[in-house]
Design a protein around this ligand. Structure first.
Ligand SMILES: C[S@@+](CC[C@H](N)C(=O)[O-])C[C@H]1O[C@@H](n2cnc3c(N)ncnc32)[C@H](O)[C@@H]1O
Length: 471
């Protein structure tokens, strides 16, 4: 999607068909140009390429003949916009048309994104409160990250060829240490550490690198008491501090921390459902914040205004990552100058968060651009990376796909083998279960960039936030 365009929030479409070349089109009959705003503009940008009206005028002046094709495109798109896209599955029509194989894919993707956004707001109030779930309903066991939600750090918790023979936690230490030196004087807080495997391998790697047993001052902060117990058990040999608290308002002293780690947990933080009209009325000065009853909506609107987030392209109701944003504002207070926060989670750069249905709870994907804008508005510097690139995952390594892992897990149960969930390569399995090679023919191994072991690594981002001063 063209970010520039979204900023201008005004567009007209040009459409590229291999056999016809570039075609310009407009939505309303007998009009050469039409300016699209808000959600229509977003739909257009997802459907095809777009440029501003000014740019378009220039292009058309150069080559008028293309305009004759406009009605064709119009006929395809117009009904979709009218029907609001939602009830109309474009791909069904496109599928039948052999001339549009590429476009079919694009249409399908944007249709899916949009319907996810709409379903997420529709079902929002039915979903359990995320904070209460983590505080009260976690039973705490490493099986949680195999049965309820599989995290990337969990399936790469052991040395892995895709990470050059390192575990996820060890690799994370190496990366962060190269950005900001971690030493015995450093103060580190890890938020939402789950079972504590990442902490353990992070600190083991620290010791190996620093040739010392003197750890940094390291605290684990989690809303779940059960997970804190797991973290303590996994790190028995280390003297760490443990703090049961909501990371959205962490109780650490201002200007006290060098490093904060939030690995795959901000999607668990509070989400809010916002009404677009109410939001626009507030932003346009028609209503005051105090007129908004729901405190989470009130706070969301505060942040939307604070960071000048453009919500014109939102659906009539949309989800906002309120907890993640408030976490960032809390981080700004408790980090020292020169401090760093590492965040990783799955999410999107444009559009709006959508629900992810997991066993026992529903969480929300992260809209990273919103977080970036908030961090910048708070005066912090940010970097955004793709997770696979940040960690240096070797993408051509093939690991077991999720169905195959489930199949193998169940087959081995019959042989009384409890197979840990890991992103196995064929070689790793050969070493782990040499006597069960008979199952191997039924297993599928896929490259890391595909959906292997539950994850599509391409959807995970790393957000680094630096609080002023030296790093
Ligand atoms: C999906 S798990 C990730 C665990 C681990 N970091 C990993 O990568 O496997 C989310 C973790 O965040 C914790 N958590 C969820 N909401 C939280 C909140 N508001 N404040 C602090 N911790 C929270 C959960 O209890 C859990 O430990």
């Amino acid at each position: 999607m063209d970010k520039q365009l979204l900023k201008r929030n005004e567009c007209i479409v040009w459409y590229n068909r291999p056999q016809d070349g570039v075609i310009f089109t407009c939505l309303k009959e007998k009009k050469d140009f039409i300016s699209l705003r808000g959600i229509q503009a977003r739909l257009w940008t997802q459907l095809s390429k777009a440029c501003s009206i000014g740019e378009l005028r220039g292009l058309i002046r150069k080559n008028k003949t293309h305009m004759k094709y406009s009605h064709k495109i119009e006929n395809i798109i117009k009904p979709l916009i009218r029907k609001g896209i939602l009830e109309y599955h474009i791909s069904q029509r496109d599928k039948k048309n052999p001339a549009f194989p590429q476009k079919y894919q694009k249409y399908n993707e944007f249709y899916l994104n949009l319907s996810r956004e709409l379903n997420s707001v529709k079902n929002f109030n039915k979903n359990p409160n995320l904070n209460l779930y983590h505080k009260n309903s976690i039973h705490g066991s490493h099986r949680h990250f195999e049965k309820n939600e599989v995290t990337v750090s969990h399936v790469y918790r052991e040395a892995h060829p895709a990470l050059g023979g390192m575990s996820y936690g060890a690799r994370l230490f190496r990366k962060l240490n190269s950005i900001k030196k971690i030493n015995p004087q450093s103060t580190v807080v890890e938020v939402g550490g789950g079972t504590g495997f990442l902490t353990r391998s992070f600190l083991e790697e620290y010791k190996r690198n620093n040739h010392t047993k003197d750890l940094p001052r390291y605290a684990c902060c989690d809303l779940s008491f059960k997970f804190l117990e797991n973290q303590r058990d996994a790190n028995e040999r280390h003297h760490l501090s443990y703090c049961q608290a909501n990371a959205e308002c962490m109780p650490f002293k201002n200007n006290s921390l060098d490093l904060i780690i939030a690995n795959e947990n901000i999607a668990d933080f509070t989400a809010a459902k916002v009404n677009k009209k109410e939001a626009l009325d507030f932003l346009g000065g028609k209503i005051e914040l105090s007129a908004i009853k729901d405190p989470s909506v009130r706070r969301s609107l505060y942040w939307i205004k604070f960071a000048s987030l453009d919500i014109n392209d939102a659906t009539p109701e949309f989800i906002f990552n309120l907890g993640a944003v408030e976490f960032i504002s809390r981080v700004k207070k408790i980090l020292k100058r020169g401090g760093l926060v590492f965040i990783t989670e799955y999410g999107i750069m444009n559009g709006y968060p959508t629900a992810v249905y997991l066993r026992g709870h529903v969480e929300y994907s992260i809209q990273f651009n919103h977080l970036i804008r908030v961090a910048k508005a708070l005066g912090m510097r940010v970097e955004i990376h793709n997770l696979a690139e940040f960690f240096g995952f070797k993408k051509n390594i093939a690991v077991i796909d999720h169905c195959s892992l489930g199949f193998l897990y169940n087959m081995l149960k019959k042989d009384k083998i409890d197979l840990p969930f890991l992103a196995y390569t064929k070689e790793m399995l050969r070493q782990k279960i040499p006597k069960q090679v008979r199952y191997f023919n039924n297993l599928k191994f896929v490259e890391l960039t595909q959906k292997s072991v539950c994850h599509n690594l391409n959807k995970f981002h790393v957000l680094l936030i630096f609080k002023g001063g030296e790093t």
